[in-house]
Design a binder for this molecule. Sequence first.
Ligand code: MN
Length: 502
Amino acid sequence: MPEIIYTIKDLEELIKKNYEKPDLDLVLRAYTLANQAHEGKNRSTGHPFISHPLAVAYKLAEMKLHLNVVSAGLLHDIVEDTGITLEDIEKQFGPDIAGLVDSVTKLKRVKYHGTERYVENMRKMFLAMASDVRVIFMKFADRLHNLQTLYAMPKRKQQRTAKESLDIYAPIAGRLGMSEMRGELEDASFAYLNPKEYERTHAILETKVREKGTYISKIIALTEGMLTQANVTEAQVHGRVKRLYSLYKKLNRYSGDISKIYDLIAVRIILTDVEDCYIILGLLHQRWRPVPGRIKDFISQPKPNGYQSLHTTVFCEDGEIVEFQIRTQEMHELAEYGIAAHWRYKEKGNLSTKQLKWMEELAIIQRELADKKDFLDQLEMMKIDIFKDRIFVLTPKGDVIDLPEGGTPVDFAYAIHTDIGNKCTAVRINDQMRNLDTPLNSGDIVDIIIDKNRKSPNPDWIKFCKTRHARTKIRDATRHTVKGWLTTVMQGREKAKKPPKT
Ligand code: MN
């Protein structure tokens, strides 16, 4: 992925093109502050640091997000990296922009080390901390540019960033129905995580596109002619080339046999009404014989995720096999921007109603991004309140531990490992010594101090522990101590027949 260096002039031009009566003054003020703050600093690429916030803001303006978001994009790295504080930003730009910058800064604490066990927590935390959907868009824009400039980073950092993007960011983009964003994140990460396979897949795709490009153009022209003859005027016909990572996964499923992949380049026909979809399918079949068993009517029988389209694969001109996808504009947007049902289908199980509702709301917003009319206002209004009964706490390494609200350092310690729980003696929360019963908050960095010689946990901890897991472990570990035995008896929780030998 080549890096494009944007200037403030480029950003201004884009904003003038994409927005009606934009508040350019706001953006310029944000730029001026960011430029001063990052003055004299370079990125690893050798470019001035300001090239990064500019690229992030440019992406956000391409997505036509509110200029508050674009301005926050310009400011997103200054609290962490320079002497400017959040209060300064709030004074100059108000609470909304300051809030966005704050959320993005907080999300930086989360680091993924590739531990499978924490993947789902990471995703949840990402969503929970980005309580405002605009923060997610900012994080995606930030990450995308970091991936584009990853070549200048040390190998270890490349691997970590790419893995985090593939395991955490891309699936979230997918869940939000941002299929374009997901594809970009996946392909960029793929290049670093598996360069050999990336090159191989790239070569296969390039060869095939070169071989088939002219042919597909011919088929598109023929199809357009067919539509005109049928008096279907408002139609779009285009070729859709499969993305690299998606092709790579499919190739693996077909033992690498490229000849079995018929949708490498598909022809997509987008129409205005449903009836036309069937008419055009009929016309296609009159002209080209369908491959048996490959006609799929997802219009009358939508996929469980709500996806609608007609698919057919035909023996096209000169006997070549070509897949067609026929859908209305509305179905197209649905497929592109996703619906919550899509997410439910792909990641079934372990979802609470609350999560689903939230995803549904997001999905609706995503679809509205397509026509953008009331979208900006809606985003402004929306504060999403999810996972209210859960908190997400970090280990000093940046791993995420998911706890119930009110969870304490002892719950945290047992969530990591029984031994850490049994031997914990003190805790540092955000670099300050605290009591073991201190209720934790989302985003806290918790460092448990253990005493290797400690024999067993304090049975009194049970009183303030919020997780059953911690309580059970404490009970197991203290059953054999006198104090533990007494506690058990006093609580009358279980029959304690005789005191243990000491
Ligand atoms: Mn950044």
